[in-house]
Write a protein that binds this ligand. Structure first.
Ligand code: IMP
Ligand code: MG
Length: 173
């Protein structure tokens, strides 16, 4: 049976917000270069749109970590299934995430990346669910803080579906 999806943040709204984040990052890192790390797969759409709105020099790399199976509940297990291709040493790193839920994925990942000696690591997420946080985590750039609902679209999936929706929607059960 098809899932019911309600539009939560329209394509126009989300793109406008990402443009604001891109402008903010360009300002904060003026005169520097940023290295964006995309956490696959959910962050791909956000990272592409964000990178286009950053006006300072940008490089990009991709990594894949798994913390969720095909369900709505966190397994709590975090594993690097595809590592970065390039070193981080001497770079201003920005981790680009689709959504921060419990915070477990990043709480695990950030210390690992720090051992690679970047100049600094900041965190940029399109969405954040503060009510669901289980571990404390510093988020530097947030597109939207949202309530505790399961969202899809703009890269976010439900059992691998709906990543291609151009807006952010809520799955209604
Ligand atoms: P955390 O470790 O609990 O913060 O998990 C973050 C990851 O869980 C995200 O990168 C998503 O892949 C997934 N996730 C959490 N909430 C949602 C949601 O509402 N929709 C789709 N994926 C989600
Ligand atoms: Mg993710």
């Amino acid at each position: 049976m098809a899932d019911k999806i309600k539009v939560f943040i329209t394509e126009q709204e989300v793109n406008a917000r990402i443009a604001e984040l891109g402008a903010q990052i360009s300002k904060d890192y003026e005169g520097k270069e940023v290295h964006l790390i995309c956490i696959l797969r959910g962050s791909v759409f956000f990272m592409c749109e964000l990178a286009k709105r950053i006006t300072i020099p940008v490089t990009m790399d991709f990594m894949s970590v798994s913390s969720y199976g095909n369900s709505m509940i966190s397994s709590g297990i975090v594993r690097i299934s595809k590592d970065l291709d390039e070193p981080l040493e001497g770079r201003h790193v920005i981790i680009v995430e689709d959504i921060i839920d419990s915070g477990k994925t990043l709480a695990h990942l950030i210390p690992i990346l720090h051992t690679r000696k970047p100049l600094d690591i900041k965190l940029c997420t399109l969405l954040s669910k503060p009510a669901r946080r289980e571990v404390e985590i510093q988020v530097d750039y947030v597109g939207y803080e949202i309530p505790d609902a399961f969202v899809v679209g703009y890269g976010l999936d439900y059992a691998q579906k709906y990543r291609n929706l151009p807006y952010i929607g809520i799955v209604e059960e």
